[in-house]
Design a protein around this ligand. Structure first.
Ligand code: PEP
Ligand code: MG
Length: 591
């Protein structure tokens, strides 16, 4: 039943392409984690160690049989009748399959593979063969076999070498990276990542850019091609991934890296300068962060404070919601770092693709569901913990607050009402607090953009979340590659909503910024400046490049271009206008 092994040219270079969502080059060994298994390390053992390896497998199998036996007992008890527990018989049969076990032993005896890898390799082939079988019953046994494999690997994993790769610098390879995966991964060890699924504005990609981790997504069936321990090069600039790069590939990338480093060093001269256009229009250029420690880079790169602190990642990073004190400490830490500039704390935006484990029931249309301020308003006790923490920080530091996913005026008023309640609770408790310096609303739902004049009366600023505004305007899921052609930042409908929002804000005398990914794209800078945005908030690593772009632009030129763009009928026309100005103003940045 076990297919033949054909992996002769194991160390040959292999190139794959995907979508580069975070620029940079990373080189490290791969740590592959597919949906079901952590692929074990592969290494060669000494001849003397073979017996020991095989006895480790025997122990793991015995342990697995015991666990399945007790599961059977539990099911029998729960069902109250005999028979239901027999579903586990197929599992036990796999553990006794002589063909499989002989193949594993052969892999150890003849190829000197470590037992985890020998078992994984054999079982993977076995599963692949089962998947191809016409008989439906046999095909459905794949789930059982996978379950057995997972259990045995887990039992083997108590060994010393297991998880080696996860404990050292590595490139993470997964079918799909969820925002909670990114929140929980060890940022000091992960050097980059490669995934089979993903898009530019998925939160995982946004985090990769924020952390300056090279990332390539959308690499078809990549997890089947790469093995834990393989050397992996990630080229986030061009969306290329190379397994076992050859010496000539490595030197090619050495040159590219030097060029990019030089370009980045060239930007350092702008760090302490203002983000001001050539004709004197000053733009507040701030940074987006997801984790408190990113505020160091924001400051180092010359950001004027934090324009968006996505606090939900801090929630995902801890087990359960962080309490008031923990939140107070974290917000204070960020505020201290960026002092005397302001940190704008966005209240919890859980939901959408940012599901916290088990805290939100999966929904059919999560982006249209229980998300952002909707969750906060439905869970006022949870919301007020965050509001109290922010009010307390405001007593000692410069903080702003903004509410995500506002779609009605009522929601905004309710959010502010809860802020008042939180204030009263602090007064009753005799705790020092201050009203945040500024209270804002995010404009990321078309309904909010269309009633921006009414919302503007309630707040001190607007921050446009273009990532969501585009998805909701165009009715395209921002992480669904099948409709990614329709995810059009420059669609005339989106551009008009941006302009409406700016007009409404300015008529009411408040400032209007953008904190979505549009603000980080050098091709869009002329349009955003020309439309009249007062603030751009971008991932911390992008601050120097965007500052350079702003300083190279002429506001009046951008303004005329934006006026013309508002009459255009196609995204391409608008793009060409932007591109022309960008190429004239900072060609060296667009390579
Ligand atoms: C946005 O929607 O543009 C935004 C900044 O919020 P997020 O990406 O976290 O949804
Ligand atoms: Mg959003």
């Amino acid at each position: 039943m076990v297919p033949e092994d054909h992996d002769g040219l194991e160390n040959a270079e292999k190139r794959f392409s995907g979508i580069g969502v975070s620029s940079g080059i990373a080189l490290a060994h791969a740590h592959v984690r597919n949906n079901y298994f952590v692929e074990p390390d592969k290494y060669i053992i000494d001849d003397e160690a073979k017996d020991e390896e095989i006895s480790r497998l025997e122990k793991a199998i015995a342990g697995t049989k015991e666990q399945i036996g007790s599961l059977k007992d539990q099911v029998r008890e729960a069902a109250g009748s005999e028979g239901e527990e027999n579903i586990f018989d197929a599992h036990l049969l796999v553990l006794e399959d002589k063909v499989v076990l002989d193949e594993v032993r052969k892999n150890v005896r003849e190829d000197n593979f470590n037992i985890e890898y020998a078992f994984y390799k054999t079982m993977s082939h076995y599963i692949e063969a089962l998947r191809k079988i016409g008989d439906r019953y046999l095909r459905e046994r794949v789930v059982d076999v996978e379950d057995v494999m997972r259990r045995v690997l887990r039992n083997l994993a108590s060994g010393e070498k297991a998880e080696y790769s996860a404990r050292h610098d590595h490139v993470l390879v997964v079918p799909e990276l969820t925002p909670s995966d990114t929140a929980q991964m060890n940022h000091s060890l992960v050097q980059g990542f490669a995934t089979e699924i993903g898009s530019y504005t998925s939160h995982a990609a946004i985090i990769a850019r924020s952390l300056g981790l090279p990332a390539v997504v959308g690499i078809n069936r990549f997890c089947e091609e790469v093995h834990t321990g393989d050397q992996l090069l990630i080229d986030g600039y061009n969306g290329v991934v190379v397994i076992n790069p050859s010496a000539s590939t490595l030197s090619e990338y050495e040159i590219l890296k030097k060029e990019k480093d030089k370009l980045r060093e060239g930007l350092e001269e702008f760090i302490n300068k203002d983000a001001e256009t050539k004709d004197g229009r000053e733009i507040i250029l701030s940074a987006n962060i997801e984790f408190a420690y990113e505020s160091d880079l924001a400051k180092k790169n010359g950001a004027k404070g934090i324009g968006l602190f996505r606090t939900e990642f801090f929630y995902m990073n801890t087990s359960g919601a962080p309490d008031e004190e923990e939140q107070f400490q974290t917000y204070s830490e960020v505020a201290d770092t960026v002092d005397p500039n302001t940190v704008i704390i966005r209240t919890l935006d859980i939901g959408g693709d940012k599901l916290q484990n088990n805290s939100i029931k999966p929904e059919l249309n999560p982006f249209l569901g229980w998300r952002g301020v909707r969750v906060s308003l439905d869970r006022p006790e949870l919301f007020k913990v965050q509001l109290r923490a922010i009010l307390r920080v405001a007593a000692v530091s410069k903080v702003g607050i903004m509410f995500p996913m506002i779609s009605t005026l009522k929601e905004l008023k309710q959010a502010k009402e809860l802020l008042n309640e939180a204030e009263n609770e602090l007064i009753d408790a005799g705790v020092t607090y201050e009203r945040p310096a500024e209270i804002g609303a995010m404009i990321e739902v078309p309904s909010a953009a269309l009633i921006a004049d009414q919302l503007a009366k309630e707040v001190d600023f607007f921050s446009v979340g273009t990532n969501d505004l585009i998805q909701y305007t165009m009715a395209v899921d921002r992480i669904n590659e099948r409709v990614s052609d329709l995810y059009q930042p420059l669609n005339p409908a989106v551009v008009r909503l941006l302009k409406e929002t700016i007009n409404a804000g300015h008529d009411a005398g408040i400032w209007v910024g953008v904190c979505g990914e549009m603000a980080s794209d050098l091709f869009f800078t002329p349009l955003l400046i020309g439309l009249g945005f007062d603030e751009l908030s971008v991932g911390a690593p992008r601050v120097p490049a965007i500052k350079h772009a702003i300083r190279s632009l002429d506001y009046e030129v951008c303004k005329s271009m934006a006026e013309a763009a508002l009459c255009d009928a196609s995204p391409d026309q608008i793009f060409r206008r932007c591109e022309k100005i960008a190429l004239e103003s900072y060609p060296e940045m667009l390579g």
